[in-house]
Design a protein around this ligand. Structure first.
Ligand code: GLU
Length: 453
C-alpha cells in the first residue's frame, strides 16, 4: 500500500509550535514510508479563512523543512461535497432539521435535568411534509444531520453500536454510536461543518493514514460511520497527544509568542523547533536532531505517550544552542554575511561553542573587530601595561596566549582569574566568551596593542 497522508489546517491564524506537530508527524511518517504528503487547507469557512494565513502556513512549513507533494484547498472543492451530501440524502441518511439553537439548548437542559444523556432525539425525522413546508414558509432554513447507524431499522430505538479501531498512538479505541447525537453536517446557511468535506477529501485523495490531535478522537466514531455510508474503507487513525505548558495549560494564551514566525524572528533554528515539537511527549529523549532525516529515524507514532506533551519554551534555548555548537561554517556563512558578519571559517569554529543562536556571533565579531568599550580598573593598569610589554614577537597563533600569560605570571605573580580576566576584558570587552587562545589570533597584533595601555 502506498501511504498518503495530509496535514489539514484551517487558515484562520498563524501556526505555532503546538499545531505544527501534526504537520511534522505526517511529514515524518511520509518520509519513513516513502509516502505522499498533502497540505490541505480546510478553508470552507470563507469568512474566517484568509489567503495570507494560508501563505504564511506554506512559508512556515517550508522553513521548517516540510515540503508538501501537493496542496489543495477545500474552498475549490465544494462540488464534491454537494455530490456526497446528495448521495447521503438519497440514501435517507441526511435529514433536514428545523430546531433553532435555543430550542435545542432547552431540550438538552431538560434531558440533563431528567438525568438522561443530552442526545438529540431525532424529532425532525417525525416531521410531515406539511410541517416542513410550514417551517420553510416561516422562513426557517433546515440544518442537516447524518443519521447514525445505531439502530436496527427504527431510528427511535437505538442500540449499543461500537465502532472500534486500532489507533497507531492510542491503541484499541471504541466509541458507542448510541451515545452520540446525529452530527450536523450542513448548517442553516448551507455551509459545511468540517466533518463531511474532510471525509470526502480523505476518500477522494486516497488518504491511508489520518494523523491528528487527540481532540479529534470523539469525532472518529462518527467519521468511520460516514466513510462507510459513502462506500469507503476508513483510513488508519493515529491521534497524538496535545502540547501543553509544564503546568498543563493549553497553548492558546501563548500562541503569539510561540508562532513559528516569531520563533524564526527570534533566531531559533528550524530543527530545534521541529525536534522539540516531535520528541516532547514521547518515550524518546528530547534531543536536537540536526536534520529531518535524523529526526525521522527517531520518530515513531507508537512512542507518543498517552498523557499530554508538557513542555517548557525555555527548552528551545538549550536545544538550539546544542545545534548551533555543531553547525558547520558552510551552513551559516550566508546568514552571517547577511548580519554583517563577514568572516572566515576559523572565526566561526572559534565562537560557535559560545553561541546560543547563530546571531550571537555578532557579539564576538564586535569583540574581534571592535570598537570595544571597557573601563580599566585602577588596580589592573600596571598589569595591562606589563602585558603590552610582554606580548611575544612574531605571528599571533594559538600558542601565543599560553606563552604570553606564562611570562605575565612570572613577572607579576598573578594567577587564575586575576591573571586572565583583566586581559579578557581589555581585549574583548567581555567577561565571557570563547577560549582566549583562539580569540587572540583573530583579534590580531594591531588590535591587541591598541587595546592595552
Ligand atoms: N481542519 C481540522 C483541524 O485543524 C483537521 C482535522 C483532521 O486532521 O481531520 O482540526
Amino acid at each position: 500500500m502506498t501511504v498518503t497522508v495530509r496535514f489539514a489546517p484551517s487558515p484562520t491564524g498563524f501556526i505555532h509550535i503546538g499545531n505544527i506537530r501534526p504537520a511534522l508527524f505526517n511529514w515524518l511518517f511520509s518520509l519513513k514510508t516513502g509516502g505522499t504528503f498533502i497540505l490541505r487547507f480546510d478553508d470552507t469557512d470563507l469568512e474566517r479563512s484568509k489567503a495570507e494565513y494560508a501563505k504564511a502556513i506554506e512559508n512556515d512549513l517550508a522553513w521548517l523543512g516540510v515540503h508538501p507533494h501537493r496542496i489543495d484547498r477545500q474552498s475549490e472543492r465544494f462540488a464534491l461535497y454537494d455530490k456526497a451530501a446528495d448521495v447521503l440524502r438519497e440514501a435517507g441518511l441526511l435529514y433536514p432539521c428545523y430546531e433553532t439553537a435555543d430550542e435545542l439548548e432547552r431540550r438538552r437542559s431538560r434531558a440533563r435535568a431528567l438525568g438522561r444523556p443530552p442526545v438529540y432525539d431525532r424529532a425532525a425525522l417525525k416531521l410531515t411534509d406539511e410541517e416542513k413546508a410550514r417551517f420553510e414558509g416561516e422562513g426557517r432554513k433546515p440544518h442537516w444531520r447524518f443519521l447514525l447507524p445505531n439502530h436496527d431499522g427504527d431510528p427511535f430505538i437505538t442500540r449499543r453500536t461500537d465502532v472500534s479501531w486500532t489507533d497507531m498512538c492510542r491503541g484499541d479505541q471504541t466509541i458507542d454510536l448510541a451515545s452520540l447525537s446525529d452530527p450536523v453536517l450542513i448548517r442553516e446557511d448551507g455551509t459545511y461543518l468540517y466533518t463531511l468535506p474532510s471525509i470526502v477529501d480523505d476518500i477522494d485523495m486516497g488518504i491511508t493514514h489520518v494523523i491528528r490531535g487527540e481532540d479529534h478522537v470523539a469525532n472518529t466514531g462518527v467519521q468511520v460511520a460516514i466513510f462507510k455510508a459513502l462506500g469507503a474503507q476508513p483510513p488508519v487513525f493515529a491521534h497524538h497527544n496535545l502540547l501543553t505548558t509544564r503546568d498543563g495549560e493549553g497553548l492558546s494564551k501563548r500562541k503569539g509568542a510561540l508562532s513559528i514566525g516569531s520563533l524564526r524572528d527570534a533566531g531559533f533554528e528550524p530543527m530545534a523547533i521541529a525536534s522539540l515539537a516531535v520528541l516532547t511527549g514521547s518515550s524518546q529523549a528530547v534531543e536536537p536532531m540536526a536534520t529531518m532525516e535524523a529526526l525521522q529515524k527517531k520518530f515513531d507514532l507508537s512512542s507518543i505517550s498517552k498523557s499530554s506533551a508538557k513542555f517548557d519554551p525555555e527548552d528551545l534555548n538549550s536545544l538550539n544552542a546544542k545545534l548551533v555548537h555543531e553547525m558547520e561554517f558552510c551552513q551559516v556563512q550566508e546568514r552571517l554575511i547577511s548580519m554583517g558578519v563577514n568572516v572566515a571559517e576559523p572565526f566561526w569554529l572559534t565562537v560557535r561553542g559560545n553561541c546560543g543562536k547563530v546571531s550571537d556571533a555578532r557579539t564576538y565579531w564586535q569583540a574581534v573587530h571592535g570598537p570595544i568599550l571597557v573601563e580599566t580598573a585602577d588596580e589592573d593598569r600596571e598589569f595591562l601595561a606589563a602585558a603590552a610589554r610582554l606580548l611575544p614577537e612574531g605571528e599571533i597563533t594559538s600558542e601565543t596566549w599560553g606563552v604570553w600569560t606564562g611570562l605575565l605570571k612570572a613577572e607579576t605573580g598573578r594567577k587564575g582569574k586575576a591573571l586572565f580576566m583583566p586581559l579578557r576584558k581589555a581585549l574583548t570587552g567581555l567577561e565571557h566568551g570563547p577560549d582566549m587562545k583562539d580569540m587572540l589570533p583573530l583579534i590580531g597584533r594591531q588590535n591587541i596593542q591598541a587595546r592595552l595601555p
